[in-house]
Write a protein of this length. Structure first.
Length: 322
């Protein structure tokens, strides 16, 4: 695993630029400035587990902002989901008009594809996790609903996720690449579960549709049967005792048709598995077949359309950057 440490102490203006550059290099481009006008001192340690970037940041009171300008200048970069675990101090996140505060032992969740800011009002220590949001396996609308949220270690899934992430950040440098790849997959699965839970708990802007519960059960059914090559609108409709026509009507207001959702979920699962390195890793065709793709040529075309490169190049990309 790659591990590096940066310690800085300089006049306020230079320090802000230095911190902005270093944090941008290890996570996503952001602007950093001190909140009290004094020189910003602290340390930054960064590691990588597969496609998960981990930064442990310890510093004085500061603000970290991802502006619309920064997002526009890096529009070609893979959108990331960020999770901040507070070891000490407070974090105040603002995104999409939502304000969320995490105290020591808490967690914040944000989407780097949209502007946000995080204030640390006093000296703090935090673990920042960034990973490609496509690999979470959650719809865009659920991520929008969940982003800008804080969770405590006493809240449901937070009691499982936060200790795991905190321990992982402290020990990330010690794992071999194959182990790190598996842990990266676990992080993606756990963060995706957190997003789904938060989206279900946060109310929508209007009344929830009467068929919302059915849609959720159908999505869970799809996720649970991705490996079945016979999964189709017909088998899904039969399992939920509705007609195929009604099933398609349920998805008219969604971001995708039933068929496209099945394919995208399968592609995301393949992408996560292909990003895990190791000499014993299965072949691209074996991964495709495991997740329900029976035609290798179709899989290759669909993967390239979704991710911009063929599946073999995707695997090589993560191997080269490990």
């Amino acid at each position: 695993m790659n591990s590096e440490k940066m310690t800085t102490s300089a006049p306020a203006g230079d320090t802000a630029a230095s911190w902005s550059e270093e944090i941008s290099r290890t996570s996503v481009p952001v602007e950093v400035r001190p909140l009290d006008g004094r020189p910003l001192e602290g340390s930054l340690v960064s590691s990588r587990l597969g496609y998960v970037r981990i930064s442990t940041l310890e510093a004085d009171a500061a603000r970290m902002s991802r502006t619309a300008g920064l997002i526009a200048r890096t529009s070609q970069a893979e959108p990331q989901v960020g999770v901040g675990v507070q070891v000490s101090g407070r974090a105040v996140l603002v995104q999409d008009g939502h304000r969320a505060e995490a105290a020591e032992g808490g967690l914040i969740l944000y989407d780097t594809a949209r502007p946000y800011s995080v204030d640390y009002p006093e000296p703090f220590r935090t673990h920042l996790f960034h990973l490609p949001r496509r690999l979470l396996g959650v719809p865009e609308r659920e991520l929008r609903r969940a982003a800008g949220t804080a969770v405590t270690s006493a809240e449901g899934f937070g009691s499982v996720l936060m200790p795991f992430l905190a321990d992982l950040a402290e020990s990330a440098h010690s794992y071999s690449p194959p182990v790190g790849d598996r842990l990266a997959g676990s992080v993606a699965d756990l963060v995706g579960t957190l997003v789904a839970q938060l989206a279900a708990e946060r109310p929508t802007a209007g009344p929830r549709p009467a068929n919302d519960h059915l849609l959720r059960r159908i999505r869970e059914h799809i996720d649970g049967h991705l490996c079945d090559p016979d999964l189709s609108p017909e088998t899904i409709a039969q399992a939920h005792h509705v007609s195929v026509r009604y099933l398609h009507r349920l998805f008219e207001s969604e971001e995708s048709t039933v068929g496209r959702l099945i394919q995208q979920r399968r592609l995301d699962a393949c992408a996560r598995e292909l990003a895990r390195r190791g000499h014993s890793a299965p072949s691209v065709s074996a991964v495709a077949q495991r997740w329900g793709f029976v035609n290798p040529a179709h899989f290759s075309r669909a993967f390239r359309a979704a991710y911009g490169i063929p599946p073999r190049e995707w695997r090589a990309l993560w191997t080269d950057t490990g």
